[in-house]
Design a protein around this ligand. Structure first.
Ligand code: BTN
Length: 252
């Protein structure tokens, strides 16, 4: 595979150790025992985990990957790691020629309101985070869960010849590492302008604040990754990600 370069011409060399498995319960749980810059990819997961204790269909042909990254002492920087992982995934998708995609807060990657990728960041040990990435590539999620019909999309639907799963693993990891290094060296807010370009147009949303519903327009995230909601009265309110159980787009 040719060497990948970032926009500043730096080499995005692969310094990851990747463990490849045929099947496991959840790559995030397996990755819990590994150290920084190690990653786990499985062909299938028998108990793939989504956000909010939901399951994640992980059939053969999809990319089920968990990467262990070192976190630093400034908790504010690392609270927003899931958004930074979303940026890395988008960088990777752009690098393989994908154009029409956007992110729905906090980090669902969508094409035409269909889910292409989902991310789940876990912290099992101090100083380390596990960035779990699920990307539909050649798999058929709706065949395993009819409820996903018209809800999901795969790289194979979007590109004439998607890279194979090993190549995609390298590409994703090679984009994840520099994003994490930026947080370590410059702080999360150095990524903010790029992250705020991922959402597409401002959208009307309903936030579930653990039972309390709140309407407004999602206008991006603030310096520490907090969600910014513009009320109909024109007031901007910031919500910490931990306050927001769910964001529903209501003007699709
Ligand atoms: C979501 O959108 O709810 C998050 C889905 C995250 C799925 C990935 S697949 C690799 C890693 N292992 C898991 O069990 N989950 C994440």
């Amino acid at each position: 595979m040719p060497e990948l370069m970032d926009t500043a011409g730096r080499c995005l060399c692969s310094d990851w150790h990747v463990h490849e498995l045929a099947i496991t319960s959840s790559t995030n749980l397996v990755a819990a025992k590994y150290g920084a810059w190690e990653a786990v990819r499985a062909d299938r997961q028998s108990a793939g985990r989504g956000r909010f204790q939901r399951g994640w269909v992980s059939d053969e042909g999809g990319l089920w990957l968990s990467a262990v990254v070192p976190t630093g002492p400034n908790a504010a920087d690392w609270r927003a790691l899931p958004l930074a992982v979303g940026l890395a995934v988008c960088d990777a998708l752009q690098s393989i020629g994908l154009k029409r995609f956007r992110v729905r807060w906090p980090n669902d990657v969508l094409v035409d309101d269909r889910k292409l990728a989902g991310l789940l960041v876990d912290q099992f040990a101090p100083g380390l985070a596990v960035a779990g990435i699920g990307l539909n590539v050649f798999n058929h999620p709706e065949a395993h869960d009819p409820g996903l019909k018209n809800q999901v999309i795969r790289l194979a639907d979007l590109l004439p010849a998607p890279p194979d799963l090993s190549q995609l693993t390298q590409i994703l990891l090679n984009h994840l590492r520099p994003v994490v290094e930026v947080i370590r060296s410059e702080g999360f807010d150095a990524l903010l302008p790029r992250i705020n370009q991922l959402w597409g147009r401002p959208r009307r949303v309903e936030l579930d604040l653990d039972g309390d519903l709140c309407l407004g327009t999602f206008v991006g995230v603030g310096r520490e990754g907090e969600l910014l909601l513009l009320s109909d009265a024109g007031n901007k309110t910031a919500y910490d990600a931990s306050q927001v159980r769910h964001l529903k787009e209501i003007d699709l």
